[in-house]
Ligand binder design. Structure first.
Ligand code: UDX
Ligand code: UDX
Length: 466
């Protein structure tokens, strides 16, 4: 097994693979990094001469890609060739929640991972280190190893788990200043050698003490647990936001008061319309599924509650809008600001906006959406995917606008569902004039100030406050 890595391949040019490999290429100029994907359109976007057309939006990403692309960073659809040439292969393909069969709605669908493993086994003609980067249920490394060992050409495969902890919108900073890097592998001579080889890559820019080596189980489970704990904080604070809305307590004051306790800490205590993103829900569902598989019913129920509370928060927000708008939104124009699951990303997976809007459309509201980064195509695709009504109905009831102020003309209400900074800078006085009266604003992100909104004349509802 080669100790010094000179060629890396990453399968999956998505939100994880793209930024992670760009940073490795930037920090390790002597390593050739090839990112491959079966989706040609995506690869073409990564190779687009205009860096504004990269397939994902991440602050700072285009600069890094501009610096490294064509030098030691390459994007290609030639999957087999890249596998053949690389000494280390990262698997960074998507692992959606199963929509069929056993574990439907809970377990991760590993079919893409398995396809990748089988393909690597078929192609590899010399020893490889295979790194699972995708978040996966515990024990996937063992499954990958079994597939590789039983189908390979007699070469040696070492499997590592190296979960990603970057958050979208801050991916580049998170990668450059990672709190820690986790590398799980076997405690054998070749396993240790592989862990050291991967560690050396990260040591190009991170202090060694922040690179933790563990066994595979611990690494895989730690990723799920880290996300479960983070999501649990959001659900915890959101549960209290509901209580604040019934009392005179203010969620911001409560968050601040408890966050000052150094054992609790101030981060991840922002009440919201609900967490979204590709990881939180899926990872908790995985955790729940594993616990159930081992007969740990109470453990499974405990974590499932984090998701139940999150669904409640989204439904509660939509219900409150309907009740406040005199119990009917039928035929009423409602402007939605924000579709992404958080600011500074064009990712919409599991975004709260999808579910809030779906509930409003069920009541025949007429929705106009504005999001600075999400395309019209994506918005319709997200709604169509729910299958609540026909695609034609979705297009009849919902429009997408690119002029955020103009679209408020004759609107009954505005819902703020993503915390984009630009919404704060809008001329809310003009918006107020545009709208029908009373003009309602439902702020699911606590983005604006109650005093100034009420001064303008708005009926302003802020999550977590009466
Ligand atoms: C991430 C993480 O890797 C995963 O852990 C998490 O659970 C879900 O999201 P992400 O990079 O955000 O993945 O996903 P996505 O943007 O969908 O990218 C995955 C890419 O893999 C896609 O571009 C897809 O075309 C590609 N892919 C998928 C392959 O190249 N080959 C396959 O067999 C399957
Ligand atoms: C998360 C983890 O943070 C990251 O470590 C992991 O690798 C992938 O999953 P991500 O989903 O990209 O990252 O974003 P994150 O910043 O964690 O936000 C997740 C969701 O929680 C967003 O919808 C966000 O708006 C919401 N959130 C977060 C809150 O509602 N309140 C908070 O205080 C923090």
């Amino acid at each position: 097994m080669s100790k010094k890595i000179t060629k890396i391949c990453c399968i999956g040019a998505g939100y994880v693979g793209g930024p992670t490999m760009s940073i490795i290429a930037k920090k390790c100029p002597e390593i050739w990094v090839t990112v491959v994907d079966i989706n040609k359109e995506r690869i073409d976007q990564w190779n687009n001469a205009n860096l504004d057309n990269l397939p994902i939006y991440e602050p700072g990403l285009k600069e890094v890609v501009g610096e490294t692309r064509g030098k030691n960073l390459f994007f290609s659809t030639e999957v087999d060739r890249a596998i053949d040439e690389a000494e280390m292969i990262f698997i960074s393909v998507n692992t959606p929640t199963k929509t069929y069969g056993k574990g439907k709605g809970q377990a991760a669908d590993l079919k893409y991972i398995e396809l990748c493993a089988r393909n690597i086994a078929k192609i590899a003609k010399n020893n490889k280190i295979v790194v699972e980067k995708s978040t996966l249920p515990v024990r996937t490394a063992a499954a990958i190893k079994s597939i590789l060992d039983n189908n390979g050409n007699g070469v040696h495969f070492e499997i590592l788990s190296n979960p990603e902890f970057l958050a979208e919108g801050t991916a580049i900073t998170d990668l450059l200043h990672a709190d820690r890097v986790l590398i799980g592998g076997e405690d054998t001579p070749t396993g240790r050698e592989a862990k050291d080889a991967l560690s050396k890559i990260y040591e190009h820019w991170l202090p060694k003490e922040r690179i933790l080596q563990t066994n595979v189980w611990s690494s895989e489970l730690s990723k799920l647990v880290a996300n479960a704990f983070l999501a649990q904080r959001v659900s915890s604070i959101n549960s209290i936001s509901a209580l604040c809305e019934k009392t005179d307590a203010n969620i911001e004051e409560v968050s601040k008061a408890i966050g000052f306790d150094s054992r609790i800490g101030p981060k991840f205590l922002n009440a919201s319309v609900g967490f979204g993103g590709s990881c939180f829900q899926k990872d908790i569902l995985n955790l729940v599924y594993i616990a159930r598989t081992f007969g740990l019913q109470e453990v499974a129920d405990y974590w499932e509650q984090v998701i139940i509370l999150n669904d409640y928060q989204k439904r509660r927000f939509a219900d409150n809008m309907i009740t406040t708008l005199y119990n009917t939104v039928s035929g009423k124009k409602i402007v939605v600001y924000g579709w992404a699951f958080k600011k500074d990303t064009n990712d919409t997976r599991e975004s709260a906006a999808i579910y809030v809007v779906d509930a409003l459309l069920e009541e025949n509201a007429e929705i106009v959406v504005y999001d600075p980064q999400v395309s019209e195509k994506k918005i319709y695709a997200d709604l169509d995917y729910l299958n609540t009504r026909s695609p034609a109905e979705n297009r009849r009831l919902l429009k997408v606008g690119d002029k955020p102020i103009e679209i408020t003309k004759d609107a009954h209400a505005i819902a703020i569902l993503t915390e984009w900074d630009e919404f704060k800078a809008f001329n809310w006085q003009v918006i107020y004039k545009n709208m029908l009266k009373p003009a309602f604003v439902f702020d699911g992100r606590r983005l604006l100030t109650t005093g100034s909104m009420e001064e303008i004349g708005f009926k302003y509802y802020k999550i977590g406050q009466k």
